[in-house]
Design a protein around this ligand. Structure first.
Ligand SMILES: [Zn+2]
Length: 57
């Protein structure tokens, strides 16, 4: 079952309903790998799992 979360895409510079595609440990801290749903972007990046990165602006 895919997991989605609203996350600010650093490439699109707007909030996307990203899909969780995996996890990674960076510097000993667990991160979630999310992918932008925009077909022209499809960026995959790592976010801190405990910090919802909702757009403030
Ligand atoms: Zn994007």
């Amino acid at each position: 079952m895919p997991t989605f979360r609203a996350t600010l895409c650093p490439a699109c510079r707007c909030v996307r309903r990203t899909r969780l595609v995996g996890t990674a440990t960076i510097n000993g801290h667990l991160h979630e790998l999310v992918q932008c749903p925009d077909t022209a972007c499809e960026l995959v990046w790592a976010v801190r799992p405990t910090t919802p990165q909702l757009a403030a602006a």
